[in-house]
Design a protein. Structure first.
Length: 297
């Protein structure tokens, strides 16, 4: 188990264009060796936060041969970032603008990006808005086509009334929801997942995001296919690209991965064995594959 999610990085804050205080974890910034390489910016999923990338960020930022500065963002309304009174700004466009604001605040002109789930959708938008900022992109279990079955599963557990009673119960709850899709996870991995997703507030264990975000998804009509992002994906044509798919993912289909590779012949693909949506990036052979990909960008 990763017993300390609160060391190994500098806590950074910046202000969005509309005045929200936003938070980021900055790994390796004080190490002069990381200045020899472009930084890595990590974008989490819909209701997730920078803690999802903690173990991978430590591996990348302390690598003996090629350490990288890694910045993991908390979107507005998630983690330690401020909740927005205007719930309408919980959208991909506003979140993409926040990424651009973060790059300006941290004086980053270009970076490699890792986007998990919604973070990968944000990268599709950034590819259309500012492709010059992307030195390389890793899409973690996301692509230009989103399967409604996967969205329905996310909708189901995010809108459930079942809340954990304590930390042990949080682990049990996650295993009940995700266990079938994640047979590769050991007991300590489930404990880490719980610590990444939940926080303790007023003696209660609660999910670390503004509930309004789940309410948005609850109201989504999944009877029709979600509009695809192939035009935005095409803007990644000149960018080194890697796609990671959970072997048991219901959100990113194998057929979509094949078409992504057909449209971007240089794309590297990796299947996260024994994982679903979305794979934990610090397990098994994934860190090595990520390091190999980053060595060329």
């Amino acid at each position: 188990m990763t017993r300390d999610f609160n060391s190994g990085f500098a806590a950074r804050t910046y202000t969005s264009a509309d005045g929200l205080r936003l938070f980021a974890r900055d790994y390796g910034a004080a190490d002069p060796r990381t200045r020899q390489r472009l930084p890595v910016i990590c974008l989490p999923g819909l209701t997730r936060n920078s803690r999802d990338f903690h173990q991978l960020a430590l591996l990348l930022s302390t690598d003996a041969n090629a350490p990288r500065r890694v910045i993991a963002l908390d979107y507005r309304g998630r983690g330690l970032s401020q909740w927005d009174n205007s719930k309408a700004t919980y959208n991909l466009v506003a979140e993409a603008e926040d990424v651009l604001t973060a790059m300006t605040a941290f004086e980053i002109e270009k970076a490699a990006f890792i986007g998990t789930s919604r973070g990968g959708l944000t990268l599709h938008l950034l590819a259309a808005m500012r492709p010059d900022l992307l030195s390389g992109v890793i899409l973690n279990d996301i692509g230009p086509v989103i399967e409604n079955a996967g969205l329905a599963l996310i909708q189901s557990y995010l809108t459930s009334d079942r809340k954990p009673m304590d930390w042990d119960d949080a682990v049990l709850l996650l295993r009940k929801i995700h266990g079938a899709a994640f047979p590769a996870l050991a007991e300590h991995d489930w404990q880490d997942m719980a610590r990444a997703i939940y926080v303790e507030s007023d003696g209660n264990i609660v999910a670390d995001f503004d509930p309004a975000i789940a309410e948005q998804l609850a109201g989504a009509d999944l009877s029709q296919p979600v509009p695809d992002l192939w035009p935005q994906f095409e803007r990644l044509a000149g960018t080194p690209l890697m796609a990671i798919r959970g072997e048991n993912s219901t959100l990113l289909s194998p057929e979509t991965v094949v078409e992504m590779r057909d449209r971007h012949p240089g794309m590297i693909t990796l299947t996260a064995k024994g994982q679903g949506h979305a794979p934990l990036l610090h397990l098994a052979d994934i860190p090595g594959a990520v390091k190999n990909f980053l060595s060329d960008v």
